[in-house]
Design a protein around this ligand. Structure first.
Ligand code: SF4
Ligand code: SF4
Length: 536
């Protein structure tokens, strides 16, 4: 066995050479560190011709040389920002090498590794916005993703031909995007340019990678809550209509370069006769799925899980037992308390939502404490005095900032407490913090931005909690509805918020404003305390 250089000598030699792995291997094979310097494919070929035994001992040397050539070429090219593409494209710096040996990339981290004969492909590329060069073997999914994009294949046709769900094709493409093999345009769900302020201009605050369809598939409900914002009678969506809606939503998400989330709600969505079929159809299209509903049976949860675990399951409580049951009906509190451990048992993320009213605002902290070990998340949202909710009183305006501060203090010691009210961000601003919280579906009010609500009869609203019609999905595509003038107006939010420093992170709540009889596009949320001094 030849006595080769030490590991340190090998590393030092590798750092100096253009083809470090080939150079080090050949040096080892020849028994010395600095006998050979390989700095080009020609030099490698000359060396192999002069020492034919090398190719006997290291038969993969030629393939390895091609991989190093690709690496060297990319390493000597200046890093430049890629132009923002208008469609998904193959990383222009990617090199795809067909090789006769498997395991070549491993040699870049372990020179003692020996590749084995097996035909395949090696990818050499620099992911976007990175100075790192990746070398790895191409997985069949990588090759399929490259083929799909390079040949502009039709996703639906491909899924049908291969007998796989449509979302499977998207997953393959998304994984290739995540690796940097493909480059995807940024999300088109973006705030208008005049939205960002000097203080708040971070990309995460002004664009959204996810679009949520809050889908009310039926008006049917097993409860009769006193604050219900919609008791109107509407025909439940049919299975065929539902499939067409999901297809339209799929096209919308593809066109906007976002991941779609379908939050099934109603009423109680699980009461829909075709709920499981609709849920499965959403999963098959690659959407994230969530449920906003009432407690259900173990059997229904098992069926759900056999399709796919929802991202979360949200139930509501309106305060401690007595008050909750007064609002939601006798025995409801106990049902929820029995249901939460079931969600935990099945590993489903549980969320509890409380609608904040004047009467139950004093119970929020106690309820959050009670749920500490029972639920994964607890949130409140302010009552929108709409529908049945108009008969309840909203939380006190003058005391609201103190309520938020007390909640914030408690949340520091109770990890399940979420901070969804946009006005928490006003406190952060006033306290000089640069840490901000996300609201209903992301930063700031999401109405007609990264979220719309869809009713069983096809009506689309900017937000379900107030009358904000944008159109009907049975008459127009979601894209047409989303780009309509009414949607644009709701996205802009109240004019009174226009010059506010934290506009991208807030805009109050238009549903609350609506319930108070205000012009939702006029003065800011009456609960806003921007012009009151509340610094601590
Ligand atoms: S003015 Fe509007 S954006 Fe600014 S804090 Fe008040 S509600 Fe929020
Ligand atoms: S209007 Fe209110 S409830 Fe609706 S998305 Fe905006 S902040 Fe959320």
């Amino acid at each position: 066995m030849p006595v080769g250089p030490s590991e340190e000598q090998t590393q030092a030699a590798m750092a100096k050479r253009n083809y470090p792995v080939c150079s080090a291997l050949i040096a080892r094979a020849m028994g010395g560190a600095n006998q050979v310097t390989i700095d080009s494919r020609e030099a490698l070929e000359r060396c192999c011709a002069a020492h034919p035994s090398l190719l006997v001992e290291l038969p993969f040397l030629s393939d390895l040389g091609r991989v190093e050539e690709a690496y060297d070429k990319l390493g000597s090219t200046p890093i430049h920002a890629h132009q923002t593409p208008s469609a998904i494209m193959v990383n222009p710096e990617l090199q795809l090498l067909d090789v006769d040996y498997a395991g070549l990339p491993l040699m870049f981290t372990n020179i003692a590794h020996r590749p084995q004969p097996q035909q395949g492909f090696v990818l050499v590329y620099r992911p976007p916005a990175s100075d790192r060069i990746e070398i790895h073997e191409a997985h069949p999914h990588d090759l399929l993703a490259l083929k799909i994009i390079a040949e502009d294949l039709n996703y639906r046709q491909l899924a049908a031909e291969h007998g796989v769900p449509l979302g499977h094709i998207d997953d393959i493409v998304y994984q290739a995007v995540a690796k940097g093999i493909l480059i995807r345009p940024p999300s088109r769900i973006r705030r208008p340019d005049d939205f960002s302020t000097n203080a708040i201009n971070d990309e995460q605050f002004i664009s959204s990678p996810v679009f949520t369809l809050q889908w009310h598939i039926t008006q049917q409900c097993d409860l009769s809550c006193r604050h219900c914002y919609d008791r109107s009678h509407r025909q439940a969506v049919s299975l065929d209509q539902g499939i067409a809606i999901l297809d339209d939503f799929y096209d919308f998400c593809r066109s906007q370069f976002v991941h779609g989330q379908v939050s099934f709600t109603s009423g109680n969505p699980l009461l829909h006769a075709n709920f499981m079929e609709l849920y499965r159809a959403a999963v098959e299209r690659g959407f994230l799925t969530a449920i906003l509903g009432n407690p259900t049976s173990r059997e229904k949860l098992e069926t759900l899980l056999s399709i796919r675990k929802p991202a979360f399951y949200q139930v509501s409580l309106e305060g401690l037992q007595e008050h909750n049951d007064y609002i939601r009906g006798q025995g409801h509190f106990e049902r929820v308390m029995r249901f939460l451990p079931l969600l935990k048992k099945f590993g489903i993320l549980s969320m509890v939502m409380q609608t904040l009213t004047r009467e139950n605002s004093g119970q929020v902290l106690q309820l959050a404490e009670l749920l500490r070990d029972k639920a994964d998340h607890f949130n409140f949202n302010r009552l929108a005095m709409v529908g049945e909710g108009a008969s309840l009183a909203s939380a006190g305006i003058d005391t609201y900032v103190d309520f938020l501060r007390n909640y914030l203090t408690a949340a520091k010691h109770n990890p399940i407490m979420g901070l969804k009210d946009n006005l928490f961000n006003l406190i952060q601003l006033q306290d000089g913090s640069d840490h901000f919280y996300s609201g209903c579906t992301g930063y700031g009010c999401g109405a007609a931005f990264n979220f719309v609500s869809l009713l069983p009869d096809g009506r689309v609203d900017a937000c379900r909690k107030f009358d904000s019609p944008l159109g009907n999905i049975f008459e127009n595509s979601l894209l047409t509805i989303y780009t309509s003038e009414p949607a644009r107006q709701y996205r802009k939010g109240p004019r009174g918020c226009k010059d506010c420093t934290i506009r991208p992170l807030c805009r109050g709540c238009m549903a609350v404003m609506y319930g108070m009889g205000k012009d939702v596009l006029g003065a800011p949320d009456p609960y806003c305390f921007k012009d009151r001094i509340h610094h601590r």
